[in-house]
Design a protein around this ligand. Structure first.
Ligand SMILES: [Zn+2]
Length: 216
């Protein structure tokens, strides 16, 4: 039986109705108001039943959230979430235009942007929503130093960056050679799968754009 209850998750903010209004063609992306606060309260506050200390470095990360009412499909799969470091590798006008857009949405240019599919967020269960948001948050990790310890900046703050998923391996390798021979954290993943889920069971399909972008 799961130790924690997802009850807390029911307070999650919903995408605004304007995104689903067919006659409206100007608002397909809107800031996910209240989501940063919900994440802080639900996942990053130690008194919350869904608190996850894996995210504690995120207190030092500048993250904003966006609802997208535009369907995003890649490699035949529907993408329902994406996490990116906000950088503009382009000319002065494109950069300026995109910076202005960020400022209009958020009042500043955030360091990280998490975009969530508004249609999915409207339909999915609370626990699926938690799983999706946490998946995207896991992409914003504290970097490791040369000794594989958590890395810090010169100011003593966690050094933060985008990380890809923990495991990328072929099932056949594990079947033939065991988890010991498998790439990265496969053994840890297999280990985790043997325990009862801390939050609850959810069908974890790989629907994250950040993962697909990085998949070889
Ligand atoms: Zn991902």
């Amino acid at each position: 039986m799961a130790k924690k209850t997802p009850e807390f998750a029911r307070t999650r903010p919903a995408p605004p109705e304007i995104l689903f209004d067919e006659s409206n063609w100007t608002k397909h992306f809107v800031p996910a108001d209240g989501l940063a606060e919900w994440v802080a309260k639900t996942l990053m506050d130690e008194s919350s039943p869904l608190y996850n200390e894996d995210h504690k470095h995120l207190h030092y990360a500048d993250i904003e959230y966006l609802w997208a009412a535009v369907e995003n499909k890649r490699q035949m799969r529907r993408i329902v979430g994406q996490c990116e470091e906000v950088t503009f590798r382009c000319g002065a006008w494109q950069k300026g235009r995109q910076e202005q857009q960020m400022k209009e949405w958020f009042g500043r240019v955030p360091a990280y942007l998490i975009t969530l599919d508004a249609n999915y967020a409207r339909e999915c269960s609370d626990i699926e929503f938690c799983s999706l948001v946490e998946h995207e948050l896991y992409h914003i990790a504290q970097e490791r130093d040369a000794f594989d310890a958590p890395a810090f900046t010169r100011d003593g703050l966690p050094k933060i960056g985008i990380q890809s998923h923990d495991v990328e391996e072929f099932v056949g390798i594990v079947r033939r050679y065991g988890v010991g021979a498998a790439a990265g954290k496969t053994a840890a993943l297999v280990d985790a799968s043997k325990r009862a889920p801390e939050v609850g069971n959810v069908d974890i399909a790989r629907m994250c754009g950040t993962c697909l972008l990085r998949a070889a």
